[in-house]
Design a protein around this ligand. Structure first.
Ligand SMILES: [Zn+2]
Length: 256
């Protein structure tokens, strides 16, 4: 599942391919929940528009168009955005450009991704409910968010209204680096815990971005997906528990 680093890497890869280009053709698959803006309207609103900016908000990509509209893209579980390549039955959105260069393709096998056009000045409830970006979150913001919650800190980290962009893998890795058990009630995080946690989040996310996300980092993960294997620090077997319906991996000795 694409998390913040994968989305940020996609943004960096796509920006040079997208910016300054004008859309001359929009092709989609059938209408469905993937299209928050229905295909016919999507075509009407994108045709002739030029991409001016490409930003990331949590796990969303937000492209600014020259009329002031914004194109919102979410990769869902299996979404991939790329330029060039051959479209297939899972390619739900294709944009062709005036310069006749490579097309932009949005392929998504499970179709949990999202596409929406926002009118100029239109706010998006999906973006409005996002908390501060996980790469920019301060210890004080984490402390304030956790103070009144008895939910486990793992659940707090996955709540996109608290912190935008953190998913299961990086939450587990950051909690290990911070020495915090994923089961610790959020209201029992001290200010110092929050300092360590904010630092750990930035470290795992930045590292994943610079590694190119996906493959390499996961192989080097300290806890995620390593249930029963020895902790890389103390050799205690890594434990797997389910918290808020998500699997969590942690070292019962290093994380309290
Ligand atoms: Zn350990």
């Amino acid at each position: 599942m694409p998390e913040l680093p994968e989305v940020e890497i996609t943004r960096r890869r796509l920006a040079p391919l997208l910016l300054g280009r004008r859309v001359v053709e929009v092709r989609t698959t059938r209408d469905g929940y993937f299209f928050l803006t229905p295909p016919r309207e999507l075509r009407r609103r994108l045709l002739g528009r030029r991409f001016e900016t490409l930003e990331r908000r949590g796990k969303y990509l937000v492209a600014g168009l020259n009329g002031g509209e914004r194109l919102l893209l979410h990769l869902g579980m299996t979404g991939r955005l790329f330029s060039g390549g051959v479209p297939d039955a899972h390619t739900h959105l294709r944009l062709r450009f005036e310069d006749a260069g490579p097309e932009l393709l949005f392929r998504d096998v499970r179709k949990f991704g999202k596409v929406q056009v926002l009118a100029a000045g239109e706010s998006s409830p999906r973006l409005a409910r996002l908390g501060p970006d996980a790469l920019a979150a301060s210890p004080a913001q984490l402390h304030t968010a956790g103070r009144r919650r008895r939910a486990p800190v793992k659940t707090l980290l996955l709540d996109q209204s608290v912190l935008a962009g953190v998913g299961n893998i990086y939450a587990d890795e950051a909690l290990f680096l911070a020495g915090l058990s994923p089961r610790r009630p959020a209201c029992r995080l001290s200010r110092q815990d929050c300092v360590l946690l904010a630092r750990a989040l930035k470290r795992v996310l930045r590292r994943a971005i610079s590694d190119g996300a996906g493959g390499r980092y996961r192989d080097e993960g300290r806890v995620y997906g390593r249930a029963g294997e020895p902790c890389r620090r103390c050799r205690t077997p890594i434990r797997r528990v389910v918290i808020g319906q998500r699997s969590s991996h942690y070292c019962p000795r290093c994380q309290r």
